[in-house]
Design a protein around this ligand. Sequence first.
Ligand SMILES: Cc1cc2nc3c(=O)[nH]c(=O)nc-3n(C[C@H](O)[C@H](O)[C@H](O)COP(=O)(O)O)c2cc1C
Length: 391
Amino acid sequence: MLRFLTAGESHGKGLITIIDNFPSGIKIDEDFINEKLKLRQSGYGRGARQKIETDKIEFLSGVRGGYTTGSPVSFFIKNKDYENWKERMDAYKPVPEETKIHIPRPGHADFAGSLKYGLDDIRNVLERSSARETASRVAVGAICRILLRNFDIDFSSAVVGIGDVKIDADNINLFDGDILENIKRSELRMPDLDLENSAKALIDKMKDEGDTIGGLITAQVKNLPVGLGSFTQWDEKLDGHIAMSLMSIQAIKSVEIGLGVRSAFISGSKYQDSIYYNDNPDNKGKAKGFYRKTDNAGGIEGGMSNGEIISVRCAMKPIPTLMKPYLDTVDLNTGSPQKAFLERSDVCAVPAASIVVEAALAFSICYFFLKKFGGDSLAEIKRNYFAISRE
Ligand SMILES: Cc1cc2nc3c(=O)[nH]c(=O)nc-3n(C[C@H](O)[C@H](O)[C@H](O)COP(=O)(O)O)c2cc1C
């Protein structure tokens, strides 16, 4: 079973990640991983932290001579900002009373986390609950994608809304050449460059007001075989696993598959994706085999991939750290009313989150891909994969 664990604090020395049960023989493309890490750090609306960090992966184990060995793959991503936090993050030095934080920020893990672990300094919670952890997840997703590329499985994502500036993206194909080009050119990773300007204006307004804003993300994966995941047990369902992967990303508040929430508003005859068979490979540009004309189900039926593009949509809430004292809170030591403290923060991190969503989706797909085609080495997986008829 493919799994991964991460450790590390936002201002600690760095992030450590272990990926277990990753097969041997995968040629590691470090540039591809670092490119994804860089994308996670970019985007209009991000704060000063991203100017300090230039995330790079450093493998510690499980990769030798450029290929995975089958042993646990572990890697380190350094926090450059640690240089500025050495004293405060020291493993042994006592924490001075006056530096301890006891005013929880609403919308963060601060309140429940410090009560749960009995901590008298909220920094012990916020350092780990921070979205800095998503750098690890992006690298894991990139490593999974390097494996899946051997089978032409590809991923894409876009920002389809910032606040109320929304793109009509119900039937969007994120692999379309023009759309891909626009996403690449857009500082917000938006496929519609006119709407991008309105979205930037909204982010500027939020920044001036010391406020923050969220948005909508769509991510897709194409060229999947039929039958990843299973209908036989609740925890074997592909859509359930994807929901867990994506919902566990900081600030993601909804996960929709296909039409998602919108499926509640249309009739069955219009929602279901009728099934067709193409026995002439030249016909309609479709490969020989089964296909659909619509993809309202988002490529998943009965907890399994059905061979169509898997399409997910997530809502990201507005970032909880605000630059003006809008939010009421209390001092956990005294119960006295307070205003939430101000910390260096992003105004909008939806473009960065779209890269995290794409990566988390890649992990879920890779998990079920290995479950179905399993194997200790790439050669073994290829034997299993190509032995199954894909028509
Ligand atoms: C890429 C990314 C960047 C984020 N940047 C910030 C930030 O700068 N400031 C902040 O307060 N929250 C930020 N968040 C959101 C918080 O980490 C998140 O809201 C918090 O950990 C509480 O988790 P929850 O919203 O899932 O309940 C970011 C989230 C993501 C995915």
